[in-house]
Design a binder for this molecule. Structure first.
Ligand SMILES: C[S@@+](CC[C@H](N)C(=O)[O-])C[C@H]1O[C@@H](n2cnc3c(N)ncnc32)[C@H](O)[C@@H]1O
Length: 473
């Protein structure tokens, strides 16, 4: 097969499939089931293919697809060992993280992009060859097995992957540099929004940080002594904000301290907004949009009386389970936070608003392909509605903390500007880095918190979080 010239210029246009053919998902699932009789590795590859179909074709968030596959007794994930599950996850996540780069690498060997599920199968093969160090013969053979019984499909996968493997090993196609790789894998609209908000250099560093999976951070119940204890016990390091960063990996439930509720999973940056209340002992705080409950747990552990409002019943139930494991208490309310009314005015309101989550791409690379500027605008409308309700729940002098894990200014400082323009009786209380152990660079000129995934780079980065602290007058 003669290679076509790769068209990097077209890379930015190469989007995941817009159509959502349910049949393709079904086929991938069938393939996954058939694979259960084959080798274990082939089964994890079939699961990865089913996960990609759910995410890229049915537009389901990856975490949701993963949870569904885990709970589906007929599904492929339940039959895998923890090690093979981890491989399936790594494979699917690598494709999502490097999707555009993979499509560019495959392009010279294809007359046109093949139909699904073949396209995703080729992407999985390419991810193994290009990024996961799988020996070429194994990557090709196992990926051909995924293509089913059709000789045509098997022939195509075999030819394309062999060509790609040969070109890569002979240096015909050399890998891109880090900056170019980061840029090519970031949709154009997103990259330009970051350049506009943070400048060229920071935007590039954010995109580079998104190429790497995020480390596992825990929030420990208790103070510095407990943090040191669990750092030693679990083999991790205490970060400047008190979060614990682990080097070990594996199922969370198997880690010491899980059963006894000594800690919960929470990125270091996500742990910062709740600490902006400072001393909450005995205060009544409402946590709006509260599930899965990381911030409610922090507030309850700090001695606050917490009312947690969450719209999604399933997520609220998961939150109740989490709090029970942690031995922490909060009053849980299922309601739309914009329509809910408290029985009394609050000492504090935490609004960790639903958002496009573009600060968490390291953990959720599917966001690169699922979110568009329209989602940013829709999130901003919802955030205005929630903010418009939230400040009215406060006593005079009470504090409102507004937070999101989005990097888009439209969902952050621009929402605070809109609140000021609507003459809400609120005054910014500037945040100081040392209050919450944040990097100095994370404090904006107005005194808001703005973390970026490239901060604490040498330690493994952090999620992109925004927080603003306002006092009611
Ligand atoms: C960013 S997550 C919150 C994370 C949470 N604060 C934590 O720290 O674990 C946003 C949550 O808002 C919920 N949500 C979305 N719209 C809502 C609404 N109108 N009222 C209440 N909750 C809402 C979502 O279901 C989701 O659980």
């Amino acid at each position: 097969m003669k290679p076509k010239a790769p068209s990097a210029a077209r890379a930015g246009l190469s989007r995941p499939d817009k159509k959502t053919p349910k049949r393709a998902f079904g086929q991938a699932h069938d393939a996954a089931r058939k694979e259960s009789n084959a080798s274990k590795e082939a089964t994890s590859r079939a699961c990865a293919s089913a996960l990609l179909a759910a995410t890229l074709l049915r537009r389901r968030p990856f975490d949701e697809a993963w949870a569904h596959a885990l709970n589906d007794r007929e599904g492929c994930l339940v039959r895998l060992s923890p090690r093979d599950r981890a491989f399936a996850r790594l494979l699917a996540m690598t494709v999502l993280r490097r999707l555009i780069e993979i499509d560019v690498a495959l392009e010279p060997w294809l007359a046109r992009p093949p139909a699904q599920p073949l396209r995703n199968i080729l992407r999985l093969g390419a991810a193994q060859l290009l990024f996961l160090g799988t020996p070429a013969h194994a990557a090709v053979a196992e990926t051909v097995a995924l293509a089913g019984a059709s000789p045509k499909a098997r022939g195509l996968v075999n030819a394309v992957l062999r060509n790609l493997a040969r070109a890569r090993s002979s240096g015909e196609t050399s890998g891109l540099g880090l900056a170019e790789t980061a840029k090519i894998n970031t949709p154009r609209w997103l990259m330009s929004s970051w350049v506009k908000a943070y400048g060229e250099v920071k935007a590039r560093l954010v995109a580079e940080a998104n190429l790497t999976e995020a480390p596992l951070d825990l929030t420990v119940k208790g103070g510095p002594a407990e943090q040191r204890f669990w750092a030693e016990r679990l083999g991790g390091a205490v970060l400047p904000n008190g979060s614990l960063r682990l080097t070990a990996s594996g199922p969370i439930e198997r880690l010491a301290g899980f059963d006894t509720g000594a800690w919960w999973v929470q990125d270091a940056a996500a742990a910062m907004p709740a600490r902006l209340f400072a001393n909450v002992e005995g205060l009544h705080i409402v946590d709006l949009c509260a599930a899965p409950g990381g911030k409610t747990a922090q507030l309850a552990a700090m001695g606050a009386r917490v009312t947690a409002v969450e719209k999604n019943q399933d997520r609220l139930e998961r939150m109740a389970t989490n709090l029970k494991r942690l031995g922490l208490e909060a009053t849980l309310v299922q309601a739309d936070a914009a329509a809910w009314r408290p029985k009394e005015l609050m000492d504090g309101v935490l609004l960790d608003a639903p958002c496009t989550a573009t600060g968490t791409i390291r953990r959720h690379p599917d966001i690169l392909h699922s979110k568009t500027p329209k989602d940013v605008a829709a999130a901003a409308r919802l955030q205005d509605r929630l903010l418009g309700a939230a400040w009215r729940f406060l006593k005079p002098n009470g504090l409102l903390i507004y937070a999101t894990c989005s990097l888009q200014p439209e969902e952050n400082e621009q929402r605070i500007d809109a609140l000021a323009a609507a003459r809400a009786p609120l005054r910014r209380v500037p945040i100081r880095a040392e209050e919450i152990g944040a990097p100095e660079a994370a404090i904006t000129p107005l005194g808001d918190l703005r973390t970026l995934p490239c901060f604490w780079r040498e330690r493994g980065g952090m999620d992109g979080f925004y927080a603003c602290r306002l006092r009611r007058f």
